[in-house]
Design a protein around this ligand. Sequence first.
Ligand code: NAP
Length: 499
Amino acid sequence: MTKTYTRDYWNSALDGLKLEGRHFIGGEHRTAASGETFTRIRPMDGKPGAELARGTTVDIDAAVASARAAFESGVWRKKEPLEKKKIMLRWAELIRAHGEELAMLETLDVGKPVLASLNVDVRLCADGIQYYGEMIDKLYDEIAPTGPNARALVRKVPLGVIGAITPWNYPMIIDAWKLGPAIAAGNSVVLKPAEQSSLSAIRLASLAVEAGLPAGVLNVVTGYGEEAGKPLALHMDVDMIAFTGSTEVGKLIMGYAAQSNVKRVALELGGKSPLVVFEDADLDAAASAVAWGCFYNSGETCHASTRLLVQRSVQDKLIAKIEALTKSDIALAHPFEPSAQIGALIEEAHMQKVLRMIAVGEKEGARRAFGAEQVLSETGGYYISPGVFVDMTNDMSLARQEIFGPVLAAIPFDTEEEALRLANDTIYGLAGAVFTKDMDRAHRFSEEIHAGTVWINTYDMSNFATPFGGFKQSGFGRDRSVHAIDKYCDYKTIWQQFG
Ligand code: NAP
């Protein structure tokens, strides 16, 4: 029987919810060495939420030492692959079994609808851990073709200690994208979640130990980027930083790697993805893809379709369809409301930044078609309605900067050449899409858009089997798929001479 989730249901679940805000190091919760904490303000109503340990260099040192000890002992990397697989599958099952609790933690932290947290974020997190768990006993090494008198084994070996630094927009999903392949490959991890979204990370780590992951293999240090993220990225005993976040901080991470031990870095960064609609396209399908692609998760999505490039002859028709669909299908409401499709923005400062960007855009001449206004302020939370600006040019700030709010920039074009030039006229290269019934053009376009993922007549289809990541200043390295394992491994060649 399917459960009915009401606002009252979540309110009473909140009453009994434990908000664990301490670090997780060496298999146990620990307060910050300094004893300091910080308060997370809930985006849904502006009320104080969890108290979190304010991690600094000392806590990072302890977590790295714990991760290093677990790695060197071989307690995880040398375990039978079948055993490791069973532990990761148990972990995935525990995530599912604690789905409602994790969904609540995620929603309290980030303000997205709790049903989205449950049905999308928790589900994809568990699926990700399962995907990499299942891979563990299916990975083979190689023998190089060196001739009959010698044998050279080409082994794929784990790197050691991975520092994972993650953002707040899809915390559990992105944590799974890092933890799944890094741990499946035999590494130990120190995870520094975004200061806004630590609760689910702490709980994921304690569930991992409950599933049988040896203490020290997965550690979580909470805190601010400058105080906890930076010492992790500068640490001399960390072998790699797997980072997802802004391009600005991604550049700092590269610098920290260079200043310290030349550790590897993998960077999943920002985006300003173009969605190109030609006049022959199915405009209903395009409108739905644009609206959901840009407004889902309140626009706080790295690959959101924030730049609509639309052939001039159909601009008005398409915008009218987007407006109708947004108003009928994409309900903005308190995250506990079952009807909510989108909820609050991450914090007040971010909402104010989005509102300022909108104001600057209007000064530059962007014309508001609808929405993009602060709403539900009586809740105390941070909400902006989905909105569209039209008749824009690609040099306006709303078309160039990552807004990370529910704001679409519509830019008209006349020819295919112009559309392609505009699509690629961005520092980013995370994703893109083309809508047309002309399949030759669709394939030409998908080849020429410089982006890690391109969709044809759809948007945001994804699957663990497909790599995800960017070109240009959207970063390098890929999350998801079998290829993600590679970045957490190195090759070791072992020679043996015969006779
Ligand atoms: P952010 O400000 O770059 O922060 C990301 C992480 O880095 C957080 O844990 C942050 O900690 C930490 N950090 C900040 N300054 C640091 C420093 N000096 N040294 C080390 N770590 C530091 O990004 P965000 O605002 O959380 O997330 C939004 C961004 O992520 C957007 O640009 C979005 O496009 C990108 N993103 C990309 C992908 C992808 O797959 N390409 C996916 C999701 C999001 P604090 O939170 O404490 O500052």
